[in-house]
Design a binder for this molecule. Sequence first.
Ligand code: GLA
Ligand code: ZN
Length: 675
Amino acid sequence: MEQTALFEKIGGIMHGGDYNPEQWLDRPDILAKDIEMMKKAGVNCVTLGVFAWAVHEPREGEFHFEWLKEIMDNLYENGIYTILATPSGARPAWLDEKYPEAMRVDASGHRAHHGVRHNHCMSSPIFREKIAIMDRKLAENFADHPGMLLWHISNEFGGECYCPHCVKRFQNYLAEKFDHDIDKLNHAWWTTFWSHRFNSFDQIEPPYSNGEFSIMGLNLEWKRFTTWSMTDFMKWEISVLRDVKADVPVTTNFMKLYDGLDYREMAKELDMVSWDSYPAFHNDRETLAETMLENAFDHAVIRSMKPDRPFMLMESVPGAVNWHPFNKVKRPGAHRLACFQAVASGSDTVQYFQWRKGRGSFEQYHGAVVDHLGTDDTRIFKEVEEVGQLLKKIPDVAGTIPKNQVAMIFDWDNRWAIDDAMALAQETKNYEKTCMDIWDEFMKMGVEPDVISSDSDFSPYKVLILPMFYVLHDGVGAKIKDFVAKGGQVLATYFTGYVDKDLLCHLGGFPGDGLSEVFGIISEEIDTLYPTDRNAVRFTNGKVCEVRDYAEMLRVSDAEVLGTYETDYYGKMAAVTKKKYGEGNAYYVACRMAATDMKDLFVEVLSNAGIAGKDLPEGVEYHVRYGAEKSFEFYLNASGKQITLSGVSGKDLIGEKEISGELILDPCAVAVIEK
Ligand code: GLA
Ligand code: ZN
């Protein structure tokens, strides 16, 4: 699917968001005002129909699309395009009343009652039949509409279903996966332990909360199955739409590092990846710059799913959400920073949830562009309007992409497996945080890493970072070996290469699958420290850094020792090593240090790779997007004070002036430098 065509229609960055006119059909005055205000705010695209099933089909078989046609026509006539949603995110009451099997069963085996949203059984044949009728009609009516931009499949897919139908599909999925050979499964899951052997696939149940949760391989396969099953449902919806018209692109909106679905599997079926970003701005534990950096990591995870094209910020809020523990209002300027961060990270869209606040129910107080007050002179409306104007200054950014030379591997399987592993300390595993902290350190040096999967193509990268890279899928050991042999720089940490794809431990030394040869070490033991325990690493240059949480004891066969432990029975043993392997280098950090303490190592790795960083003042974020002829450098000032940057040159499209040397940025200001 040609995604560039999508943005050519818009002619720049998309700006808009979820629009729910179906809640206001009895208020034509408000609908008219919406269009007027959208134009004022620089909105060029809205998402329609996300939860409109009960309006589309109020009674089984009775369809009403006139309202939608009228809205879409009107929007289009006013220069506003539509992202059209399929409404499978929430079911009308008649559907659950007549077909209760469409409702989900939870981990304790209880079927849900009707209500809320995002809770259909993804296997239910009747639900698939009903949504197919709906999707086909939507496609027949709207796929050829001139304002139609792309399909928004369902909404924030998530959750699991333990109904009998899903259980049967799980068993079939396993049978397929293990070649219909139960002994293969028994071996992969090590089921002789605790007499867990199965005689047939029919005996296997999902990990019910009061059932079998002690087989790590089973737990992981259930997660993989849930991804497969949800993806299969999504593919069903896509196939119905494509059957009517093949060439309208599709997306679905992902959530922040949602761990229930392996988004990378789902992304393979989509033309565009998109996500909904709701950082806890101005919280009591982080600076604005820290909150921003965490969000930048999330953007990088999403972007890296399709590194050859822009991604989409599908939802964000210009004010406060209503579901955080504390729903703090976004301070003036933070909105501009967040919007430009999305674009800087590779998004071609800035979309909001929601255009207008509803009057009642669960999200009546959720932030929106238009408040209950209903006017275009509110602080928030004006900030949105300003963003709309600024985005119009950078039309050529659309379609460009970041091209990064450093990548971090961050796998969903790894998240699930580390979380489930009966090892280390439940409280301090912190896989995600460990990855983010390291990622942040590179960002502070002006080097943005992609966040990829072990299945990704490593060839665009010169440096690979492998934090707690616990699960090694088949062939990944060899892939890393090859990467280093050909001149790549790899840095791995403790808890790397312990298990294979089924979570069976590698024999003969960790990291397994050939990696101990690459690093020239074997990790013989891993010590878990209590939260108050400390050790330290003394580097050969005399620097001493604190160690917390985890420390591995290494047998060094063939590597240079860069640092040794200070205390305990493993004092003086190797803690950080480096091995030249082929044309490249393999670094191993055997213990948890603060990412800031690893900076010297990162600098060394980057310099080996010939990658120059940037001297950035604290709180300033830097990103680059590349096009065929031009590139765009983004500077975002989240420091809270005025900043002067030196060594910047090119045309600042935001400030509309040539910069040669010094760039001055006010708090929350952004610059986009065209080169
Ligand atoms: C999600 C959903 C929206 C809305 C927002 C509120 O992103 O997709 O429908 O509920 O959250 O923040
Ligand atoms: Zn089910």
